[in-house]
Design a binder for this molecule. Sequence first.
Ligand SMILES: [Zn+2]
Ligand SMILES: [Zn+2]
Length: 222
Amino acid sequence: MSYQRSPLSNKERFWAKVNRRGPNECWPWTGAHDRRGYGHFSCRAEDNEPTRSSVAHRLAYEWSIGPIPSGLAIDHLCRNPPCCNPTHLEAVTIRENVRRAHAATNATHCPKGHEFTPENIYRKASHPGRICKTCSHEYAREHQREYRRQGRDTANRSRWSPEQWERRREQDRESQRRKRAARTPAQREAMRQYQRERYLRNQATAIEYARRKRAEKSRLGQ
Ligand SMILES: [Zn+2]
Ligand SMILES: [Zn+2]
């Protein structure tokens, strides 16, 4: 089976992934998105424009309203990251965008729509505002699954198991062997030459260092 390139244009592919509901409602992005809920879209090379990857709501703004003045951020008036409704988007300075985000702490729901009840809130000194418990638990579970899939220790997830280290060392040795075997005689000679030079350089440095040490010693001894 061969890969069939979609005959649709970038804009057609893009809008097909936006759930365009009522004109005043949010238009959620249904394609790939990041952890914060912002949609992502890859534009193919088209009409002398190179390939590029962009955040969905920025493309929605560009294609419905116009180019985004350089240095400006696109703010969601609805505070709903996946929303691509151009009437909910406004180009503002980064400073204004951050100010609004902080002012929005009276939101009643997290970006994924879980309600901010007292039981569903974490607070952390290192994190501004409230953290959705449901979301962070989901995220943790997702990670646990991923770690288990990789055969890693879920209790000490930052640590590798001895088998993992052994596997990694074996991979390293294997790639070293492959690299060594792939070298031509000229490359091998160049490598030897380089090592010889490095050895001599290091030796010269060591001799110089020892000489200075001796000079220092005799100067202090006087
Ligand atoms: Zn919206
Ligand atoms: Zn949530």
